[in-house]
Write a protein that binds this ligand. Sequence first.
Ligand code: CA
Length: 222
Amino acid sequence: MNRILIAEDEARIASFVEKGLRANGFVTAVVADGVAAYDLAGAGGFDLLILDIGLPLSDGFTVLRRLRQSRVTLPVIILTARDSVSDTVAGLEGGADDYIAKPFAFEELLARVRLRLRLRADRAPEVTVLRVSDLSLDLRTRRAYVGARAVDLSTREFALAEIFCRHPDQVLTREQLLSHVWGFDFDPGSNVVDVYVRYLRRKIGADRIETVRGTGYRMRAA
Ligand code: CA
């Protein structure tokens, strides 16, 4: 099991990242300042650190530099504001493996986390094709098929189809879908989920995704 340390002082973002990672089977711990991040990451027991730059007590760059000076080789993914990406890239000389600009969609972060963990340890091959009845999603090529027919999905549509296929027969709330596919920065009052479910139904078949009144949507397994 992979253990991930999240160093983020904004409670909303920390909880968004934590919930998402837990839902995907990771074990998580959250710290809200740079000193705690350094202490915990340096103590071992984690497989990856998600590190915000703007942390109280000691900023992310300092934490990273100190960790690398102490020969801690833990993979680190930096979280940074979109308008300071160039500073961050400069800061990566401090030894981060990757960075991601805020706001980000959870799926984007998850893809990077998986990539970093895979690069680190050669593990059992992962599922690369998701199947729910005759719908299949090839996660490597990002292609979708209904039976043998290829279906052209946009990036968002694919991400939406993916989360449904990972949870067949399970009701997914609009909020879950929104945070997984669009990220925490999206207005929860937005109807973007409903719009995209409509697009998806048009492409993969209307009966496949049920509306659960007042709650969200469910993908039928059979
Ligand atoms: Ca911050």
